[in-house]
Ligand binder design. Structure first.
Ligand SMILES: [Fe+2]
Length: 291
């Protein structure tokens, strides 16, 4: 059921978006050519779905939050979704993944959904729940996905080290694979996704940046884990920390998801806050890719 789809770009949809752009309805980064191909995606993180749909944490019902968000996304379907891990709460389980899949099913039937695996996911239960999902078999027992999205290449990495403990790690095999893959790929602007926040809890952050900093095609790294909505940079690579859909750790942070319009030049990121601090709801952030 939760099959990742490969979809040809819908020419009519692209035409509609192009018309919207030229009429000023579509807000693109300043120097972005309106004729440039744009792909619109929904980025989510830290859904923390429990086996019990009534489960609440910090006053948030994670199941209801994701249902509200999937309703929002389904009402104006993007090209696809990426969810950067901690799909389950708190050690992963078969019933948690069944609830997660049932919430995403209406979208999964229509659009690709790329999943990261986080420290609150259970590798074996995840594998059983998502058997058949597209992934590269580059490294056994690591959930790695590569996909093209309009003008962008996406690489979904796996940073799960131990279940229900905070630190994460790519590991040497995955780093070697990434370096080789980047070296063999063309110059298509590339966005990396993983669960763990670099510096904070990704133990091989320094080694990761030794690989991606010189690879100019790498434009951004998108992750979750901290349940914070933040933008920063390292070596010109944009670091985008997605808010959690499940719950925040502090009332200052939103709970919600991010809508991204991506081009070969940059991206526009819009926050959709459904709870927590909603002051930034609707706020847009424009980023330009390094050259
Ligand atoms: Fe989390």
């Amino acid at each position: 059921m939760f099959k990742v789809l490969t979809r040809q770009r819908n020419k009519r949809r692209f035409l509609t978006m192009s018309l919207a752009a030229t009429s000023g309805m579509l807000s693109l980064p300043p120097e972005c050519d309106a004729r440039d191909d744009t792909t619109r995606w929904a980025f989510l993180s830290d859904t923390h779905i429990h086996g019990n749909p009534q489960y609440r944490f910090r006053g948030f019902c994670t199941y209801q939050n994701l249902r509200k968000i999937t309703d929002q996304i389904g009402a104006d379907m993007p090209e696809g979704l990426v969810i950067t891990g901690d799909l389950a709460r708190s050690r992963g389980s078969a019933d948690a993944y069944e609830n997660f899949k049932s919430l995403l099913a209406p979208i999964a039937r229509e659009r690709p959904i790329h999943l990261c695996i986080g420290n609150h996911d259970h590798r074996e239960d995840f594998r059983l729940a998502f058997t058949g999902s597209a992934r590269t078999a580059a490294i056994e027992d690591r959930h790695i996905v590569t996909a093209m999205a309009g003008p962008i290449r996406m690489i979904v990495l796996d940073t799960l080290l131990y279940v229900n403990t905070f630190p994460g790690m790519l590991g040497k095999l995955q780093r070697v694979w990434l370096e080789t893959y980047l070296g063999a790929s063309d110059e298509t602007p590339t966005i990396l996704f993983c669960h763990h926040a670099p510096r904070a809890d990704l133990l091989d952050t320094r080694r990761l940046f030794e690989i991606i900093s010189p690879a100019r095609k790498v434009k951004a790294l998108i992750f979750g884990h901290s349940h914070r909505y933040e933008f920063s940079q390292r070596d010109g690579i944009h670091l985008i920390n997605l808010p959690a859909t499940g719950y925040n750790f502090t009332g200052a942070q939103p709970v919600g998801w991010v809508e991204a319009r991506l081009t070969s030049q940059g991206g526009e990121f819009t926050l959709h806050a459904v709870g927590g601090n909603t002051n930034q709801h609707g706020s847009k952030r424009f980023l330009h890719w390094r050259t």
